[in-house]
Write a protein that binds this ligand. Structure first.
Ligand SMILES: CC(C)(COP(=O)(O)OP(=O)(O)OC[C@H]1O[C@@H](n2cnc3c(N)ncnc32)[C@H](O)[C@@H]1OP(=O)(O)O)[C@@H](O)C(=O)NCCC(=O)NCCS
Length: 176
């Protein structure tokens, strides 16, 4: 469990499934993520939450508001233990956009990655057409490393990816 000024990040439980499905069943979130389907099928939220039991290496956090306990999004680290690195991913439900929540959640997860998981590198990638995500990554201290042109196909369209990362050394310099 991780806390920030406004947020509490915790493990998902099956009780989150209805809220998860409601937040994810929006075109705006699916459009700029790779694996979230749209429309979001019945049962998919329960299935996805159940995978967390077996994916012990990965860390998926439900982002909730401390004040009301409502679920507003998700942030996670997909671990590659052989390399001491992890990929950061996140989404925020549309009603909660533009309030700094993604930045607040991503920052505390990056800190968790370096200070608790002893990672050496945390990276993230976003579709070039989604500059809001790039802003989040810049605001948490990540550096732009390059563009992968037409690297992925999303809904029958080739999309460019922007690659960002922060190293343990960068993180320590920022904290100092
Ligand atoms: C991208 C996303 C996570 C941002 O969440 P959020 O909580 O609104 O993010 P924050 O409020 O912390 O920060 C957003 C920043 O992007 C900026 N921004 C918003 N729209 C923008 C745009 N079209 N162009 C450039 N910057 C933009 C905001 O101004 C803010 O930056 P600022 O603080 O410098 O003003 C959210 O829109 C989302 O979940 N989108 C769909 C899924 C997704 O894209 N996930 C990431 C996949 S890599």
């Amino acid at each position: 469990m991780l806390t920030t000024e406004r947020l509490l990040l915790r493990a998902f439980t099956l009780a989150d499934a209805p809220d998860l499905q409601r937040l994810l069943n929006t075109r705006e979130v699916a459009l700029n993520t790779l694996r979230i389907p749209f429309p979001y099928p019945d049962g998919e939220a329960e299935r996805w939450i159940s995978t967390h039991e077996t994916h012990k290496d990965d860390h998926a956090f439900a982002i909730t508001l401390r004040r009301t306990e409502e679920l507003i999004g998700c942030v996670g680290l997909h671990m590659k233990p052989d390399h001491d690195h992890a990929e950061l991913g996140y989404w925020i439900g549309v009603p909660y956009w533009g309030l700094g929540y993604a930045t607040e959640a991503a920052a505390v997860v990056v800190r968790f990655g370096f200070e608790t998981l002893a990672l050496n590198r945390i990276f993230a990638m976003h579709f070039s057409r989604n500059p809001a995500s790039g802003r989040v990554l810049q605001k948490i201290g990540m550096r732009h490393e390059g563009t992968l042109r037409q690297h992925l196909k999303k809904w029958d369209e080739y999309v460019d990816l922007e690659c960002y990362a922060i190293l343990r050394n960068d993180f320590q310099s920022l904290r100092a």
